[in-house]
Design a protein around this ligand. Sequence first.
Ligand SMILES: Cc1cc2nc3c(=O)[nH]c(=O)nc-3n(C[C@H](O)[C@H](O)[C@H](O)COP(=O)(O)OP(=O)(O)OC[C@H]3O[C@@H](n4cnc5c(N)ncnc54)[C@H](O)[C@@H]3O)c2cc1C
Length: 430
Amino acid sequence: MNNYSRRDFMKWAGAASVFSAMGWPLGALAKMGRSAAKVVVIGGGYGGATCAKYIRKMAPGIEVTLIEQNKRYTTCPFSNTVIGGLKKIEDITHGYDNLRNRHGVNVIHDIAEEVNPAKKVVKLKGGAKLEYDKLIMSPGIEFMWGKIEGYDQAASEVMPHAWKAGPQTTLLRAKIEAMRDGGTVIIAAPANPFRCPPGPYERASLVANYLKKHKPKSKVIVLDRKDKFSKQALFVSGGEALYPGMIEWVSKSAGGTVVRVDTKAMEVENNNGFTYQGDVINVIPPHRAGTIAQRTGLADKSGWCPINQTTFESRKHKDIHIIGDSAIAGKMPKSGYAAASEGKVCAAAVVAELGGLNMPEPSYVNTCYSLVGPEYGISVAAVYRLTKKGITPVKGAGGGSPKVADSTFRNMEAVYAQGWYDSTVADMFR
Ligand SMILES: Cc1cc2nc3c(=O)[nH]c(=O)nc-3n(C[C@H](O)[C@H](O)[C@H](O)COP(=O)(O)OP(=O)(O)OC[C@H]3O[C@@H](n4cnc5c(N)ncnc54)[C@H](O)[C@@H]3O)c2cc1C
């Protein structure tokens, strides 16, 4: 938070703690026969779990209910290490006990099926109806099945996307493990904007790392709908140093756009009618804001949700806030760290609004580590502020790994990547 004096902060913190201690002071609630404001959060991932926890930390008098369909959460961050055989799926899977027992979040494992913004009610698949004063959604992404001809949910069992971590991650890993030496792994990468801009290239690198050791005659082809990608120079130089000749990248201009898949023939076709055959094919389909956000009418024509970039309140419906991958958060990328940062800003906005306080001017942050190899890390970081153009990176704050660095430096970045993972997960779930 910036542009906020110490006096302002003391006032804000004081007011927040008063309603924390006394329960909810609004007369309107008393009339409704309630003593606490109700916040419902849909989605217990990076955005939602962080937001739910931080609302309770800032204002324990607020009743927070988190709706999450899965009993345990598998992180997409580090899921490429599972696909590359460096970690097990259990290493990246976490439970909700601390949110429940330590932070007093009411965690319900169910699917939010419908929202009535006029009545301010969320209906769950199990039949329960939950009233809210403020609703926060962080439902992640929904795949646009069929946009690539032949690529539907059934096809993803043959050609996994592994872009939501869990069974798809282990399926892709099993296919790579079972592949013959001399085989080809194809990764079809989506156009912008998409979840985790460096993700496909980290995946190509860690698959190559496995193949080099266990099936050295094999190769990885990345078919891309883009002509440039995140941390490109760093990925390319790292890949050439560690896996010379093993990874081929086909840009959009060179025919990387996959328009059709054939799961029986194990081939994909590009927009010039050229087919590529693969032994293992990983298709990352185009995606958009999560299903419940679409169903509630929160997305615009782009498929993503426009928001007030200070409070993350929807531009479509009052008292519904959207964070994480689903939201159009200015220049912030669709990353876990960004989602968590948005979750904290949104928590402050909701606590401030419910308490009749002014929202301090927010500051947002993103740091993204990628592994080119188990001992070769690269990173990019940025701090963001709100300007007339929306959430914008602050010039000179942050930056990327140097293009030239020795092996100790790259190794240290891989160590920091693990530290990043452990601390972000602790911030969500401990
Ligand atoms: C391979 C890969 C690697 C990545 N690596 C990194 C990385 O290194 N660093 C990084 O910062 N980011 C990384 N990301 C991106 C990161 O995973 C996402 O940006 C982040 O998870 C977004 O958080 P979110 O809260 O928006 O959605 P999610 O984390 O997907 O959480 C959404 C949650 O909502 C639940 N949900 C959805 N709809 C409903 C409903 N109707 N009812 C109940 N529950 C519901 C889902 O079950 C899910 O648990 C990676 C992504 C991928 C695919």
